[in-house]
Design a protein. Structure first.
Length: 255
């Protein structure tokens, strides 16, 4: 519903609009400036209430029509906006505390990420070391297989292969069990290096039977990181089985 605010000059009864200068008396009544000045030359009282007029003030206003409903809607919207901004301001104070907590969480996660990256870097270095070790083993195996078998019993000079039991002395030399047993009956020294040995053959370690299968040929060598490695070559299937007897170096510990 539209409502139009229109006022009349109480002297000439014409509309008060922006085409003529308008003034307001100190008693609050509106007149055309020209009309009230002419009236005051005849009498000092207000034409509307007869109060003495002491002062006139210019008034500027628009007489354009306006829709009261639209204006109310705009006022309601402005009110909602103000309330929303007020709530957002309150929420912002709460959010700031959340932001501080999130900043600490992010800092902790960044620290964990840095530690994880450091661990990953160390792990990759270890992998590189393992790969180098594997390549060295492969190279050593290739070199070993290109040479004739040199692991013979120093007593009977036959190869250490087949179903015969093999014993290893503390000084690291290999013998057929029956050969070293007969030898120790007459001497307590290693036939190969003359190191002192116990006369009881049962005190000498026996190699695992897996190394003594008739189709296996035993190859032994010491390679990278001072690790003692036994390589068994399956001649028929061309497969390689590696048994790590002792691996006490940086390959698994220090790397």
């Amino acid at each position: 519903m539209s409502a139009f605010a229109r006022f009349n000059c109480a002297i000439c009864l014409d509309w008060l609009d922006d085409t003529k200068a308008t003034v307001v008396t100190d008693c609050g009544h509106l007149f055309h400036k020209q009309c009230i000045e002419g009236s005051l030359r005849r009498t000092l009282g207000c034409p509307s209430c007869r109060d003495r007029v002491k002062e006139l003030k210019s008034v500027f206003f628009s007489t354009a029509p306006f829709n009261q409903t639209d204006l109310q809607e705009e006022l309601d919207m402005a009110y909602k906006t103000i309330n929303s901004l007020s709530r957002e301001r309150t929420d912002l104070n709460v959010t700031q505390a959340d932001i501080d907590a999130m900043a600490k969480t992010i800092s902790d996660l960044s620290k964990q990420l840095s530690e994880t990256r450091s661990s990953y870097s160390g792990l990759m270095q270890r992998v590189d070391t393992l790969m180098k070790g594997a390549r060295n083993l492969e190279k050593a195996y290739s070199e070993t297989m290109s040479q004739p078998c040199e692991f013979n019993c120093p007593i009977c000079l036959y190869e250490l292969e087949g179903p015969r039991t093999v014993l290893e002395t503390p000084c690291g030399h290999l013998y057929h069990e029956e050969c070293i047993t007969r030898w120790l009956q007459g001497s307590s020294n290693c036939p190969y290096c003359r190191a002192e040995l116990a006369r009881d053959p049962e005190r000498l370690p026996t190699l695992p039977p897996i190394f003594l299968h008739p189709n296996h040929r035993l190859e032994r060598f010491s390679e990278t990181y001072d690790s003692e490695v036994y390589l068994m070559v399956f001649e028929n299937s061309q497969q390689i089985q590696i048994s790590l007897i002792s691996l006490y170096t940086a390959l698994f510990i220090d790397s």
